[in-house]
Design a protein. Sequence first.
Length: 155
Amino acid sequence: MNRIFKSPEGKKAEADVVALVDDKSVTFIECKGYNPYTDVPDKDFSHWLQHNVPVIYAAVKAHPEWNNLKVRFEFWSTASLSDDASAMFETAKKTIKASRYTIELRLGKQIHQLCKDTGDDGLVTSFRKHFMKYPPVEQQGVVVHVQPQGWTVNA
């Protein structure tokens, strides 16, 4: 986790997760655990797509044991992407030659499904509790009143 890669030109980029599958493929995952009610900041997404991906790819091509592997980059986030970031992703995905590498998105609902696919109820509950959108407080049977002194909660 959190591995720094350096291209032959000396540029550096970080991958949060690196998954190596035998002598077949290597996947680099960027994880962004933002509030599910917001969008990933465009600057964060564009930095990953326009800086991290090419720098890490250059490092892979210079790596003696990885330079012939299938390469994949994934961006995982519990938040959504803005329309601009989504368009940037779609343009890049269509432009990038799959023979070089591929890029994928995994957002909240997809990550939730991956958690469910493990069959681990604790993982699913933890993910939902910490990273998924919950109904507004009023729908949970909790009433919040704002007073000049601060917040009070009545259940």
